[in-house]
Structures are given as structure tokens and as C-alpha cells.
Design a binder for this molecule. Structure first.
Ligand code: TXA
Ligand code: MG
Length: 330
């Protein structure tokens, strides 16, 4: 973090809900209780706020985030529900279930929040304060667990303060949470898949569906190699166009993904040029990353040449995603 923030802690109540909605609207970060664990919320439609959220968690990685909404109508504006998804939504929302669905055509959730995927994870939490904040704010809120990367999920406001004091704007203290483990995540693909076991037992879900949930293959996420690791099947966004990293010149017909204002030779013959951040700001670059990759991918370029990006702050996560985009196309 560049600037230490003053982290305000407010007891749950009307004033805290109003403050939370205001801070979210300004692109700030608010930790609040859900029935599973405390979440660290940001405006899901504001890529800059989402970039700050990844940074606040430390050792940032652009794992796709869950968009929290207040009701089924709001959920249907961002995700496409088939019959199975509706069945589960009606049976278990609000509650500790997250559904991964194809994005709707006009899904307002920022590309950075879904890590550039065509799917979006959605949950309607049951906790009274979470619902009040979502209603007062009126837009989807992405909220990973409100802990530093690598730490366990917080079940008390004090846990959040211990990890994130000075890194976020506001903590709404609603006491101890009820469930204590994260939501169960079900991917609604050809067949519903259990992506993460969690607060809603698998058997309850299978009873409603009338059949068993598909178990993802153990190596679904080549990175972790761990069965049922969070983020399983969150297959990483990769453009169809080949990606060439650390480019110090552009070959004719290549598109350029630039960073900063450094000169680069061959730019006159580039098929297209987009600059992640002219002023070399890594938060801004993160906010633009997936959208720009998508845009350059439509330009029928020979390759997308990417200028070097420093490893500090969000740079580490940006470079991680760019490396993943580059392999598999080579
Ligand atoms: O209970 C919970 O779910 C808490 C509370 C705050 O709601 N949130 C939470 O978020 O656990 P997080 O970010 O710690 O976990 C989100 C998980 C990650 O494992 C991520 O990879 C997966 O959801 N996920 C999100 N979007 C996905 C997508 N489009 N496809 C597959 N997995 C996705
Ligand atoms: Mg987590």
C-alpha cells in the first residue's frame, strides 16, 4: 500500500450501513460480516476499487471474486440462470451458496473482478448487515474473505482489524459470524460441479438437484494440484492471440500492450496500441488488464507484445496473469 489509510471501525447499525454504502460508492474498501466469514467489499463495477482490494489483501493474485447481491433480480442482471441454477437459488438463497454462472450480456461486474473469465460467481448472503449494506448500496459488491492473503478467514471484526488495519477504509463490526467457513461454490456448467465445499452441505444441494454433483478432476487447476482447492476450474483467461512478454520492440503486425511512457521501436507498424497506464500506475494497469487484452485479441494481430511491467505492488499479479496468458499459446 502506498498510503496508510485510517481504518474506521463502526458497530453494526444504521449509521454503519450508511457509511458502508458511501465508502463503497467512493471506490473504498469495507469489511462487513456475512453469515460465513467477514468479507472485504468493493464496488464490483469499479475496476479501480477492485484493484485496490487485491492490493489490500497483500501478495495479490487476481483470483476471480464473488459478486454479492441483495436479491435474485440483481443476480439475474449479472448472470445467466438455467433451470438448475434457479432451483438452487430458490432453495438456498439467501445463504452460504455461491453459484458460478455464465455472465449476462450486460454484466456490470468489472473484468478484473472475474479475472477476465466469461463466468461470474454470485451469492446472496443471509446476514442482516450484509443485506442492509447491499440494499443501501444498490450495486453488486465483490467480497473475498477479509484477511491478508495466506491467512485464515476472519470470523470476528478483531481478526479483520489485525490483518487489515491501515489497509482498508471501514470495518463494520457485527460480532461473531454464524457459519465460520466460506460458502459452498457450485459451478453451473454442463452439469453442476462442486468447486468448493463450504457452509452448505453437499447432500443438501444434491437432494434439491435430484442427482449428485460432479466432482472436478483432481488436476482441474494445474497450479495448485490440490483437489477442491479454492478457485478450481477457474480456468485462466487466455486470449486466442499469442502473447509475447517483455517486448523491447514491436514486430510488424503485432499489437502492443504498453505500460508507462517509455519509447519502444516499431510502434508505427503496430496493428493496435493500448496503454495499461501511461503514468506507470500499477493499480490503474490492473484495472485495465483484462479488458485491454480482450480488446487487443479482436484485432487479428500476429501477437500481442507486452512491455515489461515492474514486479512491485499489483505488478506481481499482473505479470502472473500475463505469463499464464502467454503459455498455452506457444
Ligand atoms: O463465504 C464466502 O464465499 C466468502 C464471503 C465473504 O462471502 N467469500 C469468499 O471469497 O470466500 P473468496 O474470494 O475467498 O473465494 C472466492 C472463490 C475463489 O476460490 C475463486 O477462485 C472462486 O470463488 N471463484 C470466483 N469466481 C469464479 C469463477 N468465475 N469460476 C470459478 N471459480 C470462481
Ligand atoms: Mg478467501
Amino acid at each position: 500500500m502506498k498510503i496508510a489509510l485510517k481504518t474506521l471501525v463502526l458497530p453494526a447499525g444504521e449509521a454503519a450501513v450508511a457509511a458502508a454504502a458511501r465508502v463503497l460508492g467512493e471506490g473504498g474498501l469495507v469489511a462487513f460480516p456475512t453469515e460465513t466469514v467477514y468479507g472485504l467489499g468493493a464496488d464490483a463495477t469499479n475496476a479501480g476499487a477492485v484493484a485496490r482490494l487485491y492490493e489490500a489483501k497483500g501478495r495479490p493474485a487476481f483470483n476471480p471474486l464473488i459478486a454479492h447481491v441483495g436479491d435474485l433480480d440483481a443476480a439475474r442482471r449479472i448472470g445467466r440462470f438455467d433451470a438448475a441454477a434457479l432451483l438452487l437459488a430458490e432453495a438456498f438463497w439467501p445463504g452460504p451458496l455461491t453459484l458460478v454462472l455464465p455472465k449476462s450480456a450486460d454484466c456490470a461486474v468489472a473484468d478484473l473482478a472475474t479475472a477476465g473469465l466469461d463466468t461470474v460467481a454470485i451469492r446472496i448472503p443471509e446476514h442482516r448487515i450484509a443485506r442492509d449494506i447491499l440494499r443501501a448500496f444498490g450495486r453488486p459488491v465483490v467480497a473475498p474473505s477479509a484477511n491478508l492473503s495466506g491467512h485464515v478467514s476472519p470470523t470476528l471484526a478483531a481478526h479483520v482489524l489485525g490483518d487489515l488495519d491501515g489497509r482498508i477504509d471501514l470495518i463494520v463490526d457485527g460480532g461473531a459470524v454464524a457459519v465460520g467457513v466460506e460458502s459452498t461454490i457450485v459451478g453451473i456448467f454442463d452439469a453442476p460441479v462442486l468447486l468448493r465445499p463450504g457452509g452448505l452441505p453437499r447432500a443438501d444441494i444434491e437432494r434439491v438437484l435430484g442427482h449428485t454433483l460432479v466432482q472436478p478432476p483432481a488436476d482441474a487447476d494445474g497450479d495448485s494440484g490440490q483437489p477442491l482447492a479454492p478457485g478450481m476450474l477457474a480456468s485462466h483467461y487466455a486470449p486466442r492471440t499469442k502473447v509475447r512478454l517483455n517486448a523491447d520492440r514491436i514486430e510488424p503486425g503485432e499489437a502492443l500492450l504498453a505500460f508507462g511512457l517509455g519509447a519502444i521501436s516499431g510502434i508505427d507498424e503496430a496493428a493496435a496500441v493500448m496503454n495499461l497506464s501511461e503514468r506507470g500506475d500499477l493499480d490503474e494497469a490492473a484495472a485495465n488488464l483484462f479488458g485491454y487484452l480482450r480488446a487487443l485479441d479482436t484485432r487479428a494481430a500476429r501477437a500481442i507484445a507486452v512491455m515489461p511491467i515492474p514486479e512491485d505492488g499489483l505488478g506481481e499479479a499482473i505479470n502472473d496473469r500475463l505469463r499464464r496468458a502467454a503459455v498455452g499459446r506457444e
